[in-house]
Write a protein that binds this ligand. Structure first.
Ligand SMILES: Cc1cc2nc3c(=O)[nH]c(=O)nc-3n(C[C@H](O)[C@H](O)[C@H](O)COP(=O)(O)OP(=O)(O)OC[C@H]3O[C@@H](n4cnc5c(N)ncnc54)[C@H](O)[C@@H]3O)c2cc1C
Length: 527
């Protein structure tokens, strides 16, 4: 996994999956790494979650994964052990040994509830031993309830639980000496106060049954509430030195209202930063933060496009000078394109980025009615020169803004990549929309897997640019994933790398080159 993801989400609980869903729908490349231990896994029912009342928490996560997967979100079962600054973006290290790269990271890794050291307590956590009356109070309403004080702030929890039952005992020994005024408040509401420390939990046939005190006496109860100590799962972020905030519940990574930490590309949501966030709040934070992350990515893309334009000039300038600065290119048809098209029924064709027209002229010689578009007026003028009978419709336009109402049986794009401003995916998807049922989309691209794959006549220009400036060359598999055409409408007919002998622009030099070929067919009945 050496590819760079737009966003890696650490944690596939309510917060992480909600962020994943929104980012997937925003067409981001998202990977969720999840260790599979959500905080509420001890409970069999979830409450107070609108539309999902009483649902098993595991069902919510299963549905969430299914929903996010529809939009291309990928999942890995593993544990993140470190997040560090990389050369380009962030590097995320997994316990399994892999290191993966991302432009942005959302930390949604939750927390552990550290329970007081009382014998037998942990066995009943999530069933007879509870923390949140909003989540489980209704189910034990009017029953014999206890609140096990763990610190001074437990008095607040004891007051709260009284809302669900008048049969309430508050075990105060870990709360320090209770203020007489506080005692009077509890007594006024009929809350029984027990100052003797709790030693163990009682059970009856495996069910929680009450507590035993250090003096040996027992108190029968139906459920016991307590406030555990939150331990956020954030140790793997140590290398980033993020700012932290302290509140009465502990120390947490500091975030702004959108979830951004002190690192511009790291966000944190859900229980890892807020132990009070229940499922709906975690889902809400996921949704809000996903939008903030997407906005940051969008902004970066605009900034980079502007910088690239300042560096190289506009796409039109770039291609115009490319053609103007050198004499005519070969004008020959691309052999791989010809090999594939020979098997297709002749009709109307659109050639994207036609250059000096070698492919378009060959297509028209085979009987195709061809529209050929290129951004460079010089290239189009040269193409038209080679077509004295005006068999091809030549269009000098920027494909980023060019629109057509016509439909085609074939859209072809050979070596349609650029180091300047090319919204390639958008252009290809728009062109695919203009293909008739039964028609085809054909992409032929360079495959430069090693230095040897670069033909000698391109080595010089390749070497002039550093890696960041090279056009992105996708393998056939990556082309299919990137274009992401609906499989209900499209079938991939060819997806492979082919080798061929190519002739250089001087018409003499030859070399073996590799072409990536992808041919889609629009299924019949889908326009
Ligand atoms: C017993 C109990 C019952 C509850 N009942 C309710 C209820 O009824 N209603 C309600 O609204 N709320 C309830 N809650 C609260 C609920 O659990 C939280 O609101 C919710 O889990 C928070 O979601 P999250 O995504 O922040 O964290 P989690 O759901 O805990 O998800 C975090 C995920 O990140 C993974 N992870 C952690 N570290 C790493 C790492 N380093 N690398 C990769 N993955 C990692 C974890 O394994 C986990 O899968 C309950 C809590 C408890 C303890």
């Amino acid at each position: 996994m050496t590819e760079q993801w737009d966003v890696i989400i650490v944690g596939g609980g309510a917060a992480g999956l909600s962020a994943a869903l929104t980012l997937g729908r925003a067409r981001r490349r998202v990977l969720v790494v999840d260790a599979g231990e959500p905080r509420n896994r001890f409970a069999s029912q979830m409450h107070g979650v609108l539309g999902h009342e009483g649902l098993d928490p595991a069902d919510l996560l299963r549905r969430g994964r299914e929903e996010a997967s529809v939009y291309g979100v990928a999942f890995v079962s593993d544990q993140v052990v470190a997040v560090d600054e990389g050369d380009r973006g962030l590097s995320v290290q997994l316990a399994g040994g892999e290191t993966i790269l991302a432009r942005a990271v959302i930390v949604a890794s939750g927390m552990t509830d550290e329970l007081p050291d009382v014998d037998g307590l942990a066995e009943h956590w999530g069933t007879g031993v509870l923390h949140c009356p909003y989540c489980h109070g209704w189910e034990v309403r009017d029953q014999r309830l206890g609140v096990l004080g763990t610190s001074e702030i437990s008095t607040h929890q004891a007051e709260l639980v009284r809302q669900w039952s008048a049969r309430l005992t508050f075990f105060t020994s870990a709360c320090g000496e209770l203020d007489p005024e506080v005692r009077r408040r509890f007594q006024a509401r009929g809350v029984e106060l027990v100052d003797i420390a709790v030693e163990a939990v009682l059970h009856d046939a495996g069910r929680f049954a009450g507590v035993r005190l250090v003096d040996g006496s027992e108190v029968a109860l139906d459920a016991l509430f307590l406030a555990p100590t939150p331990r956020p799962h954030d140790g793997f972020l140590a290398g980033l030195g993020l700012d932290r905030d302290e509140n009465p519940m502990g120390e947490f990574i500091a975030t702004d209202p959108a979830g951004r930490t002190s690192h511009p590309w790291v966000w944190a949501i859900g229980n890892v930063v807020d132990p009070t966030a229940k499922v709906p709040m975690s889902i809400g934070q996921g949704s809000q933060t996903a939008a903030a992350v997407n906005t940051a990515l969008v902004t970066e893309e605009f900034d980079e496009a502007l910088a690239a334009r300042a560096h190289h000039g506009t796409a039109a300038d770039h291609w115009e000078s490319m053609y103007a600065e050198r004499s005519r290119w070969s004008g020959r048809v691309n052999a791989t394109m010809a090999e594939v098209v020979r098997n297709l029924p002749v009709g109307d064709a659109l050639d994207l980025g036609c250059g000096e027209g070698g492919d378009a002229l060959w297509l028209s010689e085979q009987g195709w009615r061809v529209t050929a578009v290129d951004i460079s007026p010089t290239a189009i003028a040269r193409a038209a020169d080679g077509d004295p009978d005006h068999r091809v419709t030549w269009v000098a336009e920027d494909l980023a803004t060019w629109r057509t109402e016509e439909t085609f049986d074939l859209v072809t794009a050979s070596f349609f990549h650029s180091r300047v401003d090319l919204p390639r995916t958008e252009i290809l998807r728009r062109a695919a929309d203009r293909i008739r049922p039964g028609g085809h989309l054909l992409l032929v691209s360079h495959v430069f897997e090693t230095e040897q794959d670069i033909p000698p006549w391109a080595v010089h220009s390749h070497a002039e640019h550093d890696e960041a400036e090279q056009p992105v060359l996708l393998t056939p598999q990556e082309e299919v994933a990137e274009l992401d055409l609906d499989p209900a409408q499209w079938e991939v007919v060819v997806q492979e790398v082919r080798s061929r002998e190519a002739i250089g622009p001087d018409g003499e030099q030859t070399a073996m080159v590799k072409d990536g070929v992808v041919l889609w067919r629009r299924r019949d009945g889908h326009a």
